[in-house]
Every structure is written in C-alpha cells, then in structure tokens.
Ligand binder design. Structure first.
Ligand SMILES: Cc1cc2nc3c(=O)[nH]c(=O)nc-3n(C[C@H](O)[C@H](O)[C@H](O)COP(=O)(O)OP(=O)(O)OC[C@H]3O[C@@H](n4cnc5c(N)ncnc54)[C@H](O)[C@@H]3O)c2cc1C
Length: 335
C-alpha cells in the first residue's frame, strides 16, 4: 500500500472543501489524477482497494464521524437516511424492518457482523465490483482503461448472466437491490449545490460507460437516501455459498402493491445478476392483477430469468436467480 495523507473531516462542508475524486476516476489508467483526494466512510472497500494496489491516492478524507450525515427520520411520505448509517443500524431498526422489510433483510445478510458494524449504507452503494480480474493488479481490464474483459473468456463463475457482452461484472451492492425495489432516491451534494437522483437511474451499464458504475461526479457526496412509504409489502432473499463472510451469488428484492390478495403492481430486482441491479419487467407485468401463490411465483421466477445469457461457467446462476425471485415473492406476499 502506498503512503497517503489523512484528513479528518468534521462537517459536510469540510469534506466538500477537499475536492474529492471518485474511485473510478482514480483507477482509470487513462486519467491523470496525481494529488487527488478520496472519501472514506467505513473504509471496508476503500482500504481493500488501497491494499490490493489497484488504487492510490495522495489524501484520504475520513467522513466517518460527520454527525450531519448520520441520521434517520420518518414522516408520512417516507424515510430519509443519512449515508453514514451502518448496515447493522439499518438491519436492527424496528421501523425500517416494519416499513421497508426488503432493506432490513438485505442489510442483515451482508458480509459479517463486524463488517456490518463498520460499513455504511452510502459506502455500500458506491463500493467497486468484486470481479477478480478487476481486483488484481496483474490485469488491466476494460474498467481500468485496458482493452478487453478477461472474465468473458476466462474464469467467470461469479459473473453476470444479463448485459454481459462488454464487461461481465455484477453490481456488488446488496443494499442497492433492495433500495431500487423500494423506489429510493439519493441526494448528491457538491460545492455547486444539490441534486436528487432516482437510485435506479444512478447506476450505469458498461455499454454506457465501462469505467464507472454510477453517476457520482467529481467533488460530490451522497448526503441522503430517501425511501417513499407507499405501504407496499417487500422482502429480500440472498443466496450464497456461505451463510456469513460471503457475497451474494444470486439475490432478489421484491416490492408489492397489494389489494387484498391481488397484486396491483410488483417490482422485482435481481442482484449479482448484471452490472446494475436488474429489473425483471416481464415477471412484474405477469403478476399484475394476479394473486401471489406458489404457482404464480414459480412462473414469475421463470420469467425473471428468461432473457439470461450465461457465460461458460455460470449457467447455475439462472436457476439460483429463478428460485431467489420465487422465494422473495412468496416471502413478501405472506408478510
Ligand atoms: C467478506 C466480505 C463479504 C461481503 N459481502 C457483501 C455482500 O454480501 N453484499 C454487499 O453489498 N457487500 C458485501 N461486502 C462489501 C462491504 O459491504 C462493503 O465494502 C461496504 O459496505 C462498503 O461500505 P464502507 O462504508 O466501508 O465504504 P468505504 O470503503 O468507506 O467506501 C466505499 C466507496 O464509497 C465512497 N464513499 C463512501 N461514502 C461516500 C459518500 N457518502 N459520498 C461519496 N462517496 C462515498 C468511497 O470513496 C469509496 O469509493 C462484503 C465485504 C467483505 C469483506
């Protein structure tokens, strides 16, 4: 790990004054970024990147103890969460569990108790992909400014089954899958002002820009996450190789607008499936006006993966995601 300076920011203005760059910019070998600063929240992903030798920076700006970024409030419209809420705080919050079950379910099953105590929801949304070629300093893949995607012809068992032609990373954030299903937006603040972006539109596919995964701009911070309270039912199911200390290999968040036992509207989002949280729209449309039981949930699960294009080693993910979608639908409907 290369040496860096440490800056302790105690207010949002302090942090904004540091003109930080995104990790994607710092890791793009085609960009000149010497002298740049980067934000640290819980530090779980950032320190991995620094230790792996694929990110270097002159300055790390620690935002972890900024009080005005650590808050939660509820009103009739919904809930506003500060980006520094930890995953453990989200998983344990009684009102989040009651109103936004999918988010509490998702946060509860990320990584390990130790990591959930340190990792923040803002950092979770912005962590970089876990693709082993991207994470190795031995490979200069497309995301780091290289010329090809080694995963597409190499070891790809954990990679994408949708939208995988150019670069087959899967989106790493489990919280994002739940927040997209719940229709969340994020507030982005820079020295120029604030903007609000629907989380679903914040993430970008490699076909639009292969170097970055989201629309965070230079000097911007996530300063709030808003979840609308529509009274919908929701759930999240994560499947992995281990119960703890592991990433998802297939997960699904579902949000349901129900009238009695009839589904008026469903939002179904697959995780660890594509470079962005993946909306299963054919399954969503199929469920409109139907009751959700084992038969319709199974059919919806099949429709959710109907356009999958697995790579040489990840066909097993098609079945996993089909099952995750079916189970998440039943769990949400029965909650
Ligand atoms: C064994 C293991 C298993 C894991 N399993 C999972 C899993 O199943 N699902 C999952 O989602 N994750 C998983 N993770 C990843 C872990 O949850 C993330 O690394 C963590 O949530 C990142 O949050 P952080 O606060 O530590 O972010 P940091 O490392 O501090 O920051 C991450 C990125 O976000 C930027 N950043 C942070 N906060 C802000 C802000 N407010 N505004 C602007 N930029 C900001 C930083 O500059 C950096 O680029 C796992 C990790 C490990 C080690």
């Amino acid at each position: 790990m290369k040496r860096f300076e440490w800056v302790q920011a105690s207010t949002t203005d302090d942090a904004l004054g540091q003109s930080t760059r995104t990790c994607a910019e710092l890791m793009d070998s085609n960009k000149k970024t010497s002298g740049a600063s980067v934000v640290k929240a819980g530090g779980i992903d950032l320190l991995d990147l620094l230790k792996e030798g694929i990110l270097s920076t002159q300055r790390v700006v620690n935002i972890r103890s900024i009080d005005d970024l650590h808050h939660i409030s509820f009103d009739k419209k919904g809930c506003v969460i500060g980006p520094l809420l930890t995953l453990a705080e989200i998983a344990e919050h009684a009102d989040i569990r009651k109103k936004f079950t999918a988010l509490a379910d998702a946060a509860e099953h990320i990584a390990t108790p130790n990591i959930r105590n340190a990792a923040t929801v803002g950092g979770n949304l912005l962590q970089r992909p876990r693709c082993w070629y991207f994470r190795s300093e031995e490979f200069n893949c497309l995301k780091k400014g290289g010329k090809d995607c080694p995963a597409n012809v190499g070891e790809n068992k954990y990679h994408a089954i949708f939208d995988n032609e150019k670069c087959s990373i899967v989106h790493p954030s489990t919280a994002a899958v739940a927040l997209v299903a719940l229709g969340a937006s994020i507030e982005l603040t820079s020295r120029k002002g604030k903007r609000e972006v629907k989380l679903e539109e914040f993430f970008i596919s490699p076909s639009e820009d292969v170097v970055k995964e989201n629309r965070l701009a230079e000097g911007e911070l996530i300063t709030a996450i808003t979840i609308p309270d529509n009274g919908w039912k929701s759930a999240h199911i994560k499947l992995g190789e281990k119960d703890s200390f592991d990433w998802s290999i297939g997960d699904c968040a579902v949000a349901l607008d129900m009238e009695g036992s009839t589904c008026k509207k469903a939002v179904i989002v697959l995780g660890a499936a594509a470079p962005v949280p993946y909306r299963a729209t054919a399954a969503e449309n199929f469920l409109k006006g139907k009751s959700i039981d084992e038969k319709t949930a199974r059919e919806a699960g099949k429709l959710a993966v109907q356009n999958a294009k697995p790579l040489s080693q990840n066909e097993y993910k098609v079945t996993m995601l089909e099952v995750a979608a079916m189970r998440a639908l039943l769990k949400a409907a029965q909650s």
